[in-house]
Design a protein around this ligand. Structure first.
Ligand code: NDP
Length: 333
């Protein structure tokens, strides 16, 4: 089978040369094991962090070892009593077209609720991130003004719709006019800002939000966040979900001192990692599935075709090549 390994660690922006394709022979499967063929791979911004040799909340990828991430796969052969051929599962799997896993590594999914790829997005890690980050940290109240950066991405489009369900006014920041249109037309955002064509983002926010910003859901960090936080209201809440604008920075830029704003306006700013909420995942999945079934929560994906496209798709996240969840379809089923 084919697999993709980390060939070298990037300095700054990763390139295709940091990855290598390899052909490996699959061993026979043993008792208790399950052979799967991957249908969809998830590529996610946090994978960039794992390419560095730095201990973080998740261990680094190892040189010459496959990249690993969330994936949806079909069972081909099973020597486990719990799983049958033909069933569809989700798990943290290596970038390999086939893989032999243990029962503990995978979970069955219900494809009657939504397409299986949704378990990598709205019904998976990014949906849960949107739900818990927004509900637990931002604690929205009806009528409040919410600003979301990285708004047209996998997490962003879900946060925006949950904010609308909670009765908030929602402003999305993203990097193209095509995406601002999608946010308004398909996802019900009230206002949008294209950060690439807007000279003074802080002024633009002040104009769109005459009553200030009550909640800021931050996916990108950097200058965009400085501009939003300048407009935060008394007792505003800021959820630090991601800082993608800084993930490739060799030298982290120094921004304005924001603490006086947070102090003077009694603002709560909290970072989080989705695994903090692991024990609440069943509740989150139940709520997200209900909204999806009721048609209250829509979703979109950018699907790249072909296993070999995995590295390119991952790098594409940093160029804004996706709307909604970026996924690679292995094209083998
Ligand atoms: P997205 O689907 O949002 O993809 C990334 C998007 O980020 C791109 O499409 C691009 O959109 C935008 N982007 C890329 N570079 C920049 C930049 N320099 N400045 C501003 N925007 C940029 O990814 P996810 O929805 O999966 O993740 C969103 C954020 O949430 C990431 O920061 C991620 O690390 C974080 N995250 C955090 C989790 C947690 O547990 N805390 C869990 C999951 C995700 P555009 O065209 O708008 O530039």
């Amino acid at each position: 089978t084919n697999q993709i390994v980390l060939a070298s660690r990037p300095k700054g922006i990763p390139t295709l040369s940091n990855f290598r394709n390899e052909n490996v022979k699959m061993p026979e499967i043993k008792n208790g094991e399950i052979l799967v063929k991957v249908i969809y791979f998830s590529v996610d911004p946090y994978m960039r962090g794992r390419m560095n040799d730095i201990q973080s909340y998740i261990e680094p990828f190892q040189i010459d070892q496959p990249i690993k991430g969330a994936a949806v796969a079909k069972i081909i052969e099973s020597k486990s009593n719990k799983y049958k051929p033909g069933e569809v599962i989700v798990g943290m799997l290596p970038w390999s077209q086939h893989y032999i896993c243990s029962e503990k590594e995978i979970k069955k999914i219900d494809t009657s609720i939504a397409p299986s790829s949704y378990y990598l997005g709205v019904l998976g890690m990014t949906g849960l991130t949107a739900y818990f980050g927004f509900m637990k940290i931002c604690k929205p109240k009806s009528g409040e003004t919410v600003v979301i950066s990285g708004a047209a991405g996998a997490v962003g489009v879900v946060v925006g719709q949950i904010a609308k369900i909670q009765g908030c006014r929602v402003i999305g920041i993203t990097g193209s006019d095509e995406k601002t249109n999608v946010l308004k037309d398909d996802f019900g955002f009230d206002e949008t800002i294209n950060y690439k064509t807007t000279k003074d983002i802080s002024k633009a926010i002040a104009k769109i939000c005459p009553d200030g910003v009550d909640i800021y859901f931050d996916n990108v960090g950097g200058d965009i966040s400085d501009a939003v936080i300048a407009n935060i209201n008394f007792q505003g809440r800021i959820a630090l979900c991601g800082q993608i604008s800084l993930y490739n920075a060799i030298k982290k830029p120094i921004g304005p001192r924001l603490q006086p704003i947070l102090l003077n306006r009694s603002v709560l700013m909290q970072g989080f990692i989705i695994s903090n909420y692991q024990s609440d995942f069943p509740e989150g999945i139940k709520q997200l599935s209900t909204w999806v079934k009721e048609g209250k929560l829509k979703f979109t994906e950018t699907i790249e075709l072909g296993f070999d496209q995995l590295p390119k798709a991952l790098l594409g996240l940093f160029k804004g090549e996706n709307t909604g969840k970026m996924i690679v379809e292995s094209q083998m089923h």
